[in-house]
Design a protein around this ligand. Sequence first.
Ligand SMILES: [Fe+2]
Ligand SMILES: [Fe+2]
Length: 198
Amino acid sequence: MPIVIGAKQESSFGDPVGLLTDCHRRIERFLGVLGRVCELAGGGPLTTEQRGALDTALRYFREAAPKHTADEEKTLFPRLRTLDSPAAKAILARVDELEAQHGVADESHAEIDRLGMAWLTAGNLTPEDAGRMASQIAALREMYKGHIAAEEREVFPVASAEFDQAARDAMGGEMAARRGQQWPAAPDSAAAIFAANR
Ligand SMILES: [Fe+2]
Ligand SMILES: [Fe+2]
């Protein structure tokens, strides 16, 4: 069975909460890829397809997923903590729990990355390391199940309901900058010249 790793980006920086939700689907998909490679190859020799899938999933968690964590810890959670509304105050303890879980997840990701890179380099893993990698991935999948459900059912709805347009725009701008992009996009030069000469 082919290991599917591609996906389209569904939301834009104009919908920061939608973007965060899209990231969750990618986290789930790439965790599934890691689990599937472990299940199929069990620490033994990798097919070309398995090697590519493992490399892509490890790179996703090494390079892209930390930006999602930063989106939450630096862009979303601080704004929720400054909201003066009963709905926001009711979820602050949950937000603290979620932030603490990020630290636990980071340690697991680091261990999985170390083992996965060793697998790619050596071509196989010892049975102990293969078992450790599989159990780390299973534990992470279980943790993310509750973590993502809490964010999507309890936290994101408060953000969607309570943030005004200015807050959403600021969040989109920060998330774009984190990815080396500008949002909203700068007006193109023709439009700028036209506007300047009106
Ligand atoms: Fe999170
Ligand atoms: Fe998240």
